[in-house]
Design a protein around this ligand. Structure first.
Ligand SMILES: [Zn+2]
Length: 313
């Protein structure tokens, strides 16, 4: 048995993961991704196979002990509580589906409010989480949530169309996703935190997402450049990463078991101190991109129209 090359296949994507347009020699090649001339989305290149994704989602990504040190996990649960309250208010009666449910914090928050809630995830021990693909799931839902999960799917456009079919009349789709047309994406380029290669398979500008939502028959009711989170952190991580030694702030705030690079005591403390110093600058840049409607992540609510058939566009 050979111990040389890894057994997985490296392949370049033939089509845009978002709109399906075939790539040609003129399509723009960027570090780790390729941009579609038709829709403006980028597709991760090389396209990872299952073995590579399994490695990329290995235990450090989301260990059972929680991901973040200090108040990070508390903050995560608090923001899921706010999202659950919002969903409860905007969705018609019925169950909520959380695609990419993670540790189930949103499911818990919804169930505390008396909402039936079901999650999908790669693996889970929870009885209210299925390890199915979206197209294997049946049922009717008042809301379908893609909270920083759509960009992880191999067929995100088809997933939106499937989510539309699963929606009850007047049901809502809620999406939070990095915005590749943001100021921070432009500023940091190949080093932008939210590229998250190879886990993020598609990299969408806000316009490509909004266009597709309208095309499947949804009406976009709300677009926020603040609510999806990560706007401030994206700037802070990027600014810290410009320093000598290219420190990884995202690793520094994670618990030891959840760190990717094995960052140790002194280097971690220096990274956190640099972040504290750069925080005012990051806050000013975050405020600027929000004011310009070019947030690092966007939050979208889109509703199925009760009396319209799906648009053919
Ligand atoms: Zn495309």
């Amino acid at each position: 048995m050979s111990t040389a090359a890894p057994s997985h296949m490296i392949s370049s994507p033939a089509h845009c993961a978002w709109c399906g347009m075939a790539f040609d020699d003129d399509s723009e090649r960027l570090h780790g991704r390729r941009r579609c001339r038709s829709c403006g989305a980028a597709t991760t290149d090389p396209w990872p196979d299952q073995a590579e994704l399994d490695r990329a989602y290995a235990d450090w990504y989301r260990p059972p002990s929680g991901r973040f040190a200090g108040p990070g996990d508390w903050l995560l649960h608090r923001t899921r509580g706010l999202l659950a309250r919002r969903l409860d208010r905007i969705a018609p009666p019925g169950a909520v589906l959380d695609v990419g449910a993670g540790d189930g914090a949103l499911l818990d928050a919804l169930q505390r409010r008396g909402r039936e809630a079901l999650g999908l995830e790669r693996t889970s021990a929870r009885p209210d989480v299925r390890t199915l693909e979206l197209d294997e799931l049946d049922g009717r839902f008042a809301a379908v949530v893609f909270w920083h999960s759509l960009e992880h799917l191999r067929a995100p456009g088809a997933a939106l169309a499937r989510a539309y079919k699963l929606l009850l009349p007047a049901g809502v789709i809620v999406i939070a996703i990095p915005n590749s047309a943001s100021l921070q994406a432009r500023a940091f380029g190949d080093a932008w935190l939210a590229l998250d290669l190879p886990r993020h398979l598609v990299h969408l500008p806000a316009s490509a997402l909004l266009g597709r939502l309208e095309a499947v028959g949804l009406r976009v009711e709300r677009l926020s450049h603040v609510r999806a989170g990560q706007v401030l952190f994206g700037w802070l991580h990027g600014l810290v990463h410009l320093l000598p030694g290219r420190p990884e702030l995202y690793d520094a705030i994670r618990r030891p078991s959840a760190r990717r690079t094995g960052l140790r005591g002194g280097a971690r403390a220096a990274t956190l101190a640099a972040a504290a110093t750069l925080l005012p600058a990051a806050a000013a840049l975050a405020a600027l991109e929000v004011a310009m409607r070019r947030g690092g992540s966007i939050y979208v609510e889109a509703r199925k129209q009760p009396c319209l058939s799906p648009a053919s566009a």
